[in-house]
Design a protein around this ligand. Structure first.
Ligand code: NAD
Length: 300
């Protein structure tokens, strides 16, 4: 088997369980040295335990790979910097950052508390920004020192709950849509150093989703295994993907797709009088493409 990431150094956040664990294992299988980050808290983000990250490190070592555990909270600015430094001091460099760590605190908007909003926004949005900032600064300095493309990769994690919208997840959806916008802008900023920035909107049965859909059968567990998402992450992490940046990939055991971005639809000349807008806006809405639902198809 050709190994896509031979000698590359990758950080995967939230890699103690679920999708991140599959990323870490497949990256190692493809020759990458991996920093396995996980805070090890509960599904809602409470608590901390280095156990899950250490177990994944042990799995990688057992298959002959190289890995090191990191227990940082990715939304902690200094701890994120230390995580980037750990990759460089342990393995000599950093090539890939996969921002995957995440939590859920679902609640209808009318009932959502300030704490539920703040926790989800912090882990997902600041938890993508902080490691990305410190990695980008490392790559900028490297690029300045060598004058060469650094072949860096940032792979962020969005969700169909954000880009298409899902009831009960205004906090999570806002964070995940924010990550989509963040990725598009970061991809434009970091191109000059040879860093690509892409997003994956995954779909898998993990502890985040097991109780949200129909009953979990063996067949469904296989069809929605998180390991189906790892191939696109590993390819994006490799040097082969240098030309692909600013894209949103939907990935699950059912599909691999590119979610296309917002496009300007029907357009009219601006008016100064809001009383004339009624028929104009109704006509524009009738001609505009519908928003997409969770399956990526037009909403009814
Ligand atoms: P998971 O709960 O199995 O894994 C998430 C991991 O992130 C956990 O091990 C957790 O300890 C870790 N984590 C949480 N907060 C952290 C923090 N502050 N610092 C470091 N680690 C932290 O869930 P999963 O389904 O594998 O989710 C992975 C990512 O995929 C998340 O960003 C999630 O929002 C996203 N996602 C998942 C699905 C799905 O269908 N499972 C769908 C859309 C998006």
């Amino acid at each position: 088997m050709a190994r896509l990431c031979e000698g590359r150094v990758a950080i995967v956040t939230g890699a103690g369980r679920g999708i991140g664990r599959e990323y870490a294992l497949m990256l190692a299988e493809h020759g990458a040295k991996v920093v396995v980050n996980d805070l090890g808290g509960a599904r809602d983000g409470n608590g901390a335990d280095i156990g899950p990250a250490a177990e994944v490190v042990a799995e990688i070592k057992a298959m002959g790979g190289e890995a090191v555990a990191n227990g940082a909270d990715v939304s902690d600015w200094e701890a994120s910097k230390a995580m980037i430094d750990q990759a460089v001091s342990t393995f000599g460099k950093l090539d890939v950052l996969i921002n995957n760590a995440g939590i859920l605190r679902d609640r209808m908007l009318v009932n959502m508390t300030e704490a539920e909003w703040d926790a989800v926004i912090k882990v997902h949005l600041k938890g993508a920004f902080a490691p990305a900032h410190h990695a980008a600064a490392y790559w900028r300095d490297l690029n300045k020192a060598t004058g060469e493309s650094v072949n860096g990769r940032i792979i962020n994690t969005s969700s169909v709950s954000g880009i298409y919208g899902n009831i009960g997840q205004t906090n999570y959806g806002a964070a995940k849509m924010g990550i989509a916008g963040f990725s598009i802008i970061a991809s434009r900023e970091l191109r000059r150093y040879g860093v690509t920035v892409n997003c994956i909107a995954p779909g898998a049965l993990t502890r985040l989703t097991e109780d949200l859909g129909p009953p979990v059968t063996d067949e469904r567990r296989e069809a929605m295994s998180p390991r189906w998402i790892a191939p696109i992450a590993v390819w994006l992490a490799s040097e082969e993907s240098a030309e692909v940046s600013g894209r949103m990939f939907e990935a699950s055991g059912q599909t691999l797709a590119i979610a296309e971005g917002w496009h300007r639809g029907p357009t009219v000349k601006p008016v100064s009088d809001p009383t004339v807008l009624g028929p104009i806006v109704k006509d524009m809405v009738a001609r505009a493409r519908k928003n997409a639902g969770m399956d990526g198809q037009d909403l009814d």
